[in-house]
Design a protein around this ligand. Structure first.
Ligand SMILES: Nc1nc2c(c(=O)[nH]1)N[C@H]1C(S)=C(S)[C@@H](COP(=O)(O)O)O[C@H]1N2
Ligand SMILES: [Mo]
Length: 261
């Protein structure tokens, strides 16, 4: 009688070759290198732990019980934003003399002949003209604009705080995400609510004191210095609140959905 358990295969001399994992897309690879380079050279290893902690914390608060001050209006807006972003989470600001040439990059959803006179913003179902956006308090900041490819420039942005506009048109429920699209939705970004509420997140209509050119996203674009360039959507036509993590143009092409730095 043969017992199958007695049929012992001789041990292979070498480990059978494992199928190789496919290499990560080059963009992710570059991104990781960049992150570790920046992490170690600029901030040191300690801040990486702090950053990881912050990521965890921000994730916890994102899925946690965030009370939208719907009934009381948004008087607690600032407090809410402050709870998420300690002072160190403010993006650094610079004197005017530190400004550098604002590079142009990324033209998805931008068309030179776009008629800005017919443009308006669909703010979660409400139609806003540029004048109505300019009626919000004008905020100005000189911040570093950083493309994920490694270059940056320092520029002055002026516009309405997204949180001010959101305060006037709040979500109907505790939606954790904000989605934005160009006219025609060729370019689109998703933002977590904390980043949307950040005091330095502007719906900008001026760059270096001039109305935006079409290449920089006229008439209205996002200036969000806590995020890489990819999230700074140019020529916004639609903003909406959503419970579902919004589609994001560059996240679909291999970059981190959050793309904070
Ligand atoms: N509509 C739109 N917005 C966009 C992009 C784009 O291709 N289309 N590219 C993004 C990227 S990758 C960068 S770095 C910045 C560049 O903004 P700037 O041309 O104003 O410097 O725009 C971002 N916003
Ligand atoms: Mo970019």
């Amino acid at each position: 009688m043969t017992d199958v358990t007695e049929v012992v295969e001789p041990a292979p001399e070498e480990e059978p070759e494992q199928p190789e994992a496919p290499p990560p897309p080059p963009s992710i690879d570059k991104e990781l290198q960049r992150l570790s380079r920046r992490g170690f050279l600029v901030f040191g290893a300690g801040s990486i732990a702090a950053y990881a902690g912050w990521k965890l914390l921000s994730h916890a608060t994102r899925i946690g019980d965030v009370q939208w001050p719907l009934r009381r209006g948004f008087e607690t807006n600032e407090k809410l934003a402050a709870a998420y972003f300690k002072e160190k989470r403010l993006s650094p600001t610079f004197p005017p003399s530190a400004r550098t040439y604002p590079r142009i990059n990324g033209g998805v959803g931008l068309h030179e002949n776009y008629d800005t006179s017919t443009w308006n913003l669909n703010m979660d179902g409400h139609t806003l003209t540029l004048e109505e956006i300019k009626a919000f308090p004008k905020r100005e900041m000189i911040t570093e604009f950083r493309c994920i490819e490694g270059w940056s420039y320092i520029a002055k942005w002026s516009g309405a705080r997204l949180s001010d506009v959101m305060a006037k048109f709040p979500p109907r429920s505790n939606t954790p995400y904000v989605a934005m699209e160009t006219p025609g939705a060729e370019y689109y970004v998703g933002l977590d609510m904390q980043s949307a509420m950040h005091p330095q997140t502007l719906l900008a209509y001026e760059l270096n004191d001039q109305p935006l050119t079409w290449q920089h996203g006229s008439p209205l674009r996002l200036a969000i210095p806590v995020k890489y360039g990819i999230k700074n959507i140019k020529r916004i036509a639609t903003i909406r609140y959503t419970n579902i993590k919004p589609a994001d143009y560059w996240a679909e092409r291999g970059y981190d959905w959050y793309s904070g730095h």
